[in-house]
Design a protein around this ligand. Sequence first.
Ligand SMILES: [Fe+2]
Length: 240
Amino acid sequence: MSLSKNDTDLDQEKYLREATRHFYGIEKPLKYGPAIETLNDLIQALYVEFSTNYVNIEMVNHLMLSYKSNPKEWQKFAKFDRYKYTRNLVDTGNGKFNLMILCWGEGHGSTIHDHSDSHCFMKMLKGELKEIRYAMPSTRTTESTTLANTDDSTENDLERHESLEEIGQRSMSLNDVAYINDNLGLHRVENPSHSDTAVSLHLYCPPFDSCSVFEKNSGQKINCTMTFWSKYGQKVTYEK
Ligand SMILES: [Fe+2]
C-alpha cells in the first residue's frame, strides 16, 4: 500500500521539484531578507517559508546563509561515529523539508551521489569540507543497477563503463553555503583534515530517504536508502 499525501503536499512537492530546473543558488544574503540570530530563528523562518505551496527557494537560501554558526545551539545534535560520517535529524519541517546535521570525523567522506530531484543546501557549522562535483551521466551510461563488472562486451555495455566527469571542486569554510540539485550534477563531500572534525547543516526539500550512489570509474549507479545516526539528539537503533 502506498502512502497517500494530501493535495497541498503534492502541489508544494511538484512546485519544488520543478524549481530545481532553474534555481542555481545565491552567493550572498538578500538585502530585504529577515535577520536570523539563532538556530531556532532559522527553523521558525523555514516553517514560515514552507507554509505556502509556492516556496521562495531564494529566501530559503538566504535563511541558510544568514544563520551564523553557534556551537552551543547545535552541539546536542552533533553525534560522531569513529568510522564514518553521521546524519543527525534536527527537524522534519512538517514533512515539507528535512533539516539535519552531518558530523565528519577526520578524513571521512561520502560516496558520489545525487539528490533525488530535491534541493540540497549545505552550510558549514564547523571546520572545512571539500566538495567535488561530477556531471550527471547520460541515461545510457547508468542502465545497470549493479556495481559488478561483467564480461559482456557489447557496445551498450562498453558505453555504460564511462568514468564520471569531474566538473569542479570547492573548499567550504565556516558559514559557507553550497547548493546543488540533480540538474547541476552529482557530488561527493569529504573532510580533508586529518586533525580536525567538521560539522555541516543540510536542508533537503522535498525530503527524501533514498538516492542514487555512483561508481566513479564506471558511472554505474545503485539505489541507496539513507538512515539517521540520531534523531532530535537521541541515537537511533535499527533492527537487523
Ligand atoms: Fe549531497
